[in-house]
Design a protein around this ligand. Structure first.
Ligand SMILES: [Zn+2]
Length: 382
């Protein structure tokens, strides 16, 4: 699977929370979501009372895990061919998720998405070819019986299933992205996304129902993740759609308070109480020299006391935006900044953009769009 970025915040701060441990593969950080570890434990426990040695189980699980990683590397290599960097790979129970630095164009997305499942088919094909060559190709009935004998064939079968599962034409599977890419050629991107998301949710519901009826809880588990993935994609797409074409200056806060270089933490704390503002630009004369967040303020109050200067606690590496920047491009920068970015006209501070007022702006925009709904609301191509 793969996933498009909606923020460029450092990987450790991004929204797939609950990551445990990480390694690097060809320079791409690989993270393990804790539910992935749960899956491994579940698989091992499941296999303990089977007619299979624990060594075989461990090899089988490692081989499948490696196949998922290779699948993700397939996406990464294809993305690199189109000049798109992969920021990280997150391992989830239903497969990996590659985070790309930007949303690829329609058919580019199609090919990048296809590359993952193709890797699994190639692995399955190579193993099957080898087994056929040495005359040890098992039947399906052989594969269903767990035993040490057909481990290679079961790894091949696992890859086949992995490839096919990811080709399901539903978000968040690769097939969902391919469907979106194809649909995008005849309709606006957000409509194509909406259709793919609906198919994904319908498929998750069917999977969950089938899992409950057959008491196959693994299937219910997978359905749950498919549903979450579809939901998330829908939110990202809606946000992008609402932001596209809107400028930073339309959403920024223009009525705000500032601190001065020589102010103390006590002055800042008083301002925090007196206003609803959480982040304060710090000025020296007319020039911005830093940004003091609520967290930094409270930390300084606790460690340095109320008489310390704000200059010692402020962040000098604040993120600044220009007023005529597209909000869809500004949002990832804001995510990297944390909760607040400064809007600067040259050297002059003219506003603040915070995550809170950005989401309020989007809510208002959604309402006004619904009121003035026209049949030709086109998403600008990105
Ligand atoms: Zn994939």
């Amino acid at each position: 699977m793969e996933e498009r970025p909606h923020s460029e915040a450092p990987p450790s701060e991004r929204d797939v929370s609950g990551n445990l441990g990480h390694l690097r593969l060809f320079g791409i950080p690989v993270r393990f979501h804790f539910t992935f570890i749960l899956l491994i434990i579940y698989l091992v426990v499941l296999a303990l009372d089977k007619a299979e040695s624990s060594t075989t189980t461990v090899i089988y699980v490692i081989a499948l895990f490696a196949s998922v990683l290779l699948h993700e590397l397939g996406h990464a290599v294809a993305a690199r061919r189109y000049g798109i960097r992969t920021l990280e790979i997150v391992m989830l129970p239903i497969g990996g998720v590659s985070r790309l630095e930007k949303q690829p164009h329609r058919m580019t997305e199609f090919w990048i998405s296809l590359a993952g499942p193709v890797v699994n088919f190639v692995i399955a094909g190579l193993i099957a070819g080898y087994l056929a060559a040495i005359g040890k190709l098992p039947t399906v009935a052989d594969l269903v019986r767990t035993s040490d004998q057909y481990m290679m064939a079961r790894i091949a079968a696992g890859n086949l299933i992995l490839g096919l599962f990811n080709l399901l034409p539903a978000f968040p599977m690769d097939g969902g992205r391919m469907l979106r890419a194809i649909l995008s050629s005849s309709r606006p991107e957000h409509e194509a996304t909406r259709t793919s998301v609906q198919v994904g949710m319908a498929m998750a519901a069917l999977m969950a129902l089938a899992g409950l009826l057959t008491t196959n809880f693994m299937l219910v588990f997978v359905a749950f993740f498919v549903y979450l993935g579809a939901m998330q994609e829908s939110l990202v797409s809606t946000g992008r759609f609402l932001m596209r074409g809107e400028l930073v200056q339309a959403a920024m806060i223009t009525d705000f308070r500032v601190l001065h270089h020589g102010d103390t933490i006590r002055d800042a704390a008083e301002l925090l109480l007196a206003t609803s503002q959480q982040d304060f630009p710090v000025l020296a004369g007319d020039n911005v020299v830093g940004l003091l967040s609520r967290t930094a303020l409270l930390r300084a109050l606790a460690t340095d006391g109320p008489d310390a200067y704000v200059a010692g606690a402020m962040d000098r590496n604040y993120i600044s935006l220009v007023p005529d920047m597209d909000l869809a491009d500004a949002a990832p920068k804001l995510a990297r900044a944390g909760s607040c970015a400064l809007v600067m006209n040259g050297e002059h501070l003219i506003g603040l953009l915070t995550t809170e007022n950005l989401s309020e702006f989007l809510v208002l925009r959604k309402i006004s769009r619904n009121i003035s709904q026209s049949p030709h609301l086109d998403d600008a191509p990105n």
